[in-house]
Design a protein around this ligand. Structure first.
Ligand SMILES: [Zn+2]
Length: 420
């Protein structure tokens, strides 16, 4: 990671229709407004009327699974995991995860995501890749004890938490029990206790398939959200990825406990889980909602802007109502603005973290009509021109330094694993 960035001033950007300057110092926005000009010694960006917007937040992914891209074989969830993923993951090493994550970070920087929630093996390598890339992430080791090894799970949870707690401010440690069907009841309860003791958020897949719900009813006599709650695992620090099959009572319970649900519409559609997170009901219940891509093994893209369109369309289609979600509401969800747990920065203002995007002022998709609507329905991540995190320019003019090496090294790792 490079040293603290020199002060940066952006001139001539357009924020909410007004031409402004933005000055960053020590990772924060020091000045913002029509009169702002660079001071001597500032790094300066001439934005040439580029729209200035807050960055996107990917609420659920397995970043290093870029290595698995294109090898899914059009299978449903469980056979895909059992046949294509888990056998290969047994052979993963630290360098595989580092370069797979670097590739994911490169894709996220290029498409405007600056913060993400990750669940993957070798989490200390994930953290190293995130720090080297200049992004921010909440990182956790996936916890499993389907093989009966509860002691192994505890060891992995404690060790990874300790390693991650030693990282810099860009990394937030978390506990990531994989799901209620791969982690035992006792271990889930233990994870809840550790989470409270260490103040670490819990990141878990929940209610992704109908079978998961049926099995939970059969084995525990209740639906998944109630089961988690009984184990002390549903609270303000809980992120539930998917939530496709949550019913109204579960949504009300999650809202009451202050939990967050992250929709992953594209991964859900690709694996044909048969539904979408019932967003209008979640909104009505008052559930905090975010948006994720899931891993590139199941999506296969990490372009959250593309998934934002899919999210809005799936909601409209499922509800039979074009007004099921408004464009600016969808945009707020993708920026993390409807789920405080996810950790999005404050809106762009003096004192907020200097994390922002400049969009390509020449992008035809943005030339006519309302910007937010165009971002949701017309644009892809390709409209992102410049990505800045903590006042550091990670990409300028659509060019990401070091991209060639990152792609090369990731391809080498995928080849080593027999994935390409
Ligand atoms: Zn996932």
């Amino acid at each position: 990671v490079s040293d603290a960035a020199a002060p940066l001033t952006v001139r001539g950007a357009v924020l909410d229709g007004v031409t402004v300057g933005l000055r960053c110092e020590d990772g924060r926005i020091a000045a913002l407004g029509p009169e702002v000009e660079p001071l001597p010694g500032d790094e300066t960006i001439e934005a040439a009327a580029a729209p200035l917007v807050a960055p996107l937040l990917n609420g659920h992914t397995h970043a290093a699974m870029t290595l698995f891209r294109g090898s899914g074989g059009d299978l449903p969830l469980l056979p895909w995991l059992q046949e294509k993923v888990w056998p290969v993951e047994k052979r993963l090493d630290a360098e595989d995860v580092y370069w797979g994550t670097r590739l994911a970070c490169a894709e996220m920087i290029r498409s405007g995501t600056t913060r993400f929630w990750d669940m993957y093996w070798f989490p200390q390598e994930v953290a190293r890749a995130v720090e080297d890339a200049g992004l921010r992430a909440t990182v956790g080791a996936p916890l499993f004890d389907a093989d009966g090894d509860a002691e192994g799970l505890r060891e992995s949870a404690r060790t990874s938490l300790e390693q991650l707690e030693g990282c810099g401010p860009a990394i937030r440690p978390s506990l990531a029990p994989h799901s209620i069907y791969t982690v035992s009841e006792d271990s889930l309860r233990w994870v809840g206790e550790l989470s409270r003791e260490r103040r670490a958020p819990v990141h878990i897949h929940l209610s992704e398939t109908e079978r998961e719900v049926e099995d939970c009813l059969r084995d525990h006599g209740m639906r998944p959200a109630f089961y988690l709650d009984r184990l002390g695992l549903l609270g303000k620090q809980t992120l539930l990825a998917h939530g496709v099959w949550l019913d109204r009572a579960e949504l009300e319970l999650i809202a009451e406990r202050g939990g967050t649900v992250v929709a992953n519409p594209v991964a859900n559609m690709k694996l044909a889980v048969g539904g979408v997170l019932p967003y209008p009901a979640a909104r009505e219940a008052g559930v905090a909602v975010g948006l994720g891509t899931d891993g590139a093994g199941s999506n296969d893209s990490l372009d959250l802007l593309a998934d934002l369109k899919a999210f809005a369309l799936a909601q409209k289609q499922a509800a039979g109502d074009a007004g099921a979600i408004a464009g600016d509401e969808a945009w707020a969800i993708a920026a993390g603005g409807r789920a405080p747990l996810l950790g999005a920065g404050e809106p762009l203002k003096v004192g907020a973290a200097a994390d922002f995007l400049l969009l390509d002022p020449r992008a035809p998709e943005l030339a006519i009509g309302e910007l937010t609507s165009n971002l949701v329905y017309a644009a892809s991540g390709a409209v992102v021109d410049t990505t800045v995190v903590a006042g550091r320019v990670l990409m300028r003019g659509g060019r990401l330094p070091g991209l060639e090496e990152i792609v090369e090294r990731a391809v080498e790792r995928a080849r080593r694993l027999g994935l390409t």
